[in-house]
Design a protein around this ligand. Structure first.
Ligand code: 13P
Length: 259
């Protein structure tokens, strides 16, 4: 059975004092939740702090992006090897904000995915459609194109080395969440695509997160869906009580499946 994962994406938020307070609240609250996995993806300058504060806890450290190159004259770039030195286990690639604001193409995202897996970092590959794309009925085509870019670059079994996050762009930071049924439908097509490209065993084992206005109030229903394996949380990951409640919902969803 797949273990639920809840990852916070702090985006370009935080500060030394507020990070410390947030993590200090999270660590004891999540300590007893052993049926799910947890992570926070912090801005680069805070990775050293986050790594140190999280040491010995059950919360993993992650980054929000990486450079596709190994090292050299790439001003502003941060390599996979550098992230590993700060104990990052996860790195987000292809977030819709990277795609739309920073112009990252499917091909570049695939190269970043490849750089992460080469160094045994777990990439969290974000896929998802805009509102216009959903309204014109091309959600599946868009998501398939984004997945196929990684399969084409890294091989048919590559996705299994990462985590996929379905994040409909229209639900990010808008307060509009996909309904559990809408999320489930897309998650099921993602799993089917992996089954077709690779095999049933890899598809069944693939962790697929939902992201987009997940909150304490809707996490339980989303995580109860059979193909929703947890969440990638933006705004609510900056509020200790909200994030802790979302993490508890992942633990409860897992226990409910077992019962
Ligand atoms: P919100 O949870 O703020 O909608 O952001 C989702 C997201 O983009 C996580 O990567």
């Amino acid at each position: 059975m797949r273990t639920k994962l809840v990852a916070g994406n702090w985006k370009m938020n935080g500060g030394l004092a507020s990070n410390q307070a947030l993590l200090a609240a999270m660590i004891p609250a999540l300590a007893g939740l052993t049926a799910a996995k947890f992570a926070v993806c912090a801005p680069y300058p805070y990775l050293a702090q986050v790594r140190q504060v999280l040491r010995g806890s059950n919360i993993a450290c992650g980054a929000q992006d990486l450079c596709q190159f190994e090292s050299g004259a790439y001003t502003g770039g941060v390599s996979a090897a550098m992230l590993l030195e700060f104990d990052c286990r996860y790195v987000i690639v292809g977030h819709s904000e990277r795609r739309s604001v920073f112009g990252e193409s499917d091909e570049l995202v695939a190269l970043k995915f490849a750089a992460a897996v080469k160094h045994r970092l777990t990439p969290i590959l974000c896929v998802g459609e805009t509102l216009a794309e959903r309204e014109s009925g091309v959600t599946e085509t868009v998501v398939a194109r984004q997945l196929d870019a990684v399969i084409g670059c890294c091989g048919s079994t590559a996705l299994a080395q990462g985590v996929i996050a379905y994040e409909p762009v229209w639900a990010i930071g808008t307060g509009k969440t996909a309904t559990p049924q809408e999320a489930q439908a897309v998650h099921a097509t993602i799993r089917a695509r992996i089954r077709a490209a690779a095999d049933r065993r890899l598809a069944d084992g693939q962790t697929i997160l939902y992201g987009g206005s997940v909150k304490a109030a809707n996490a339980g229903q989303l995580f109860a869906m059979p193909d929703v394996d947890g969440g990638l949380i933006g705004g609510a990951s900056l509020v200790a009580d909200e994030f802790i409640a979302i993490c508890r919902a992942a633990q409860v969803a897992r226990e409910t499946v077992k019962a």
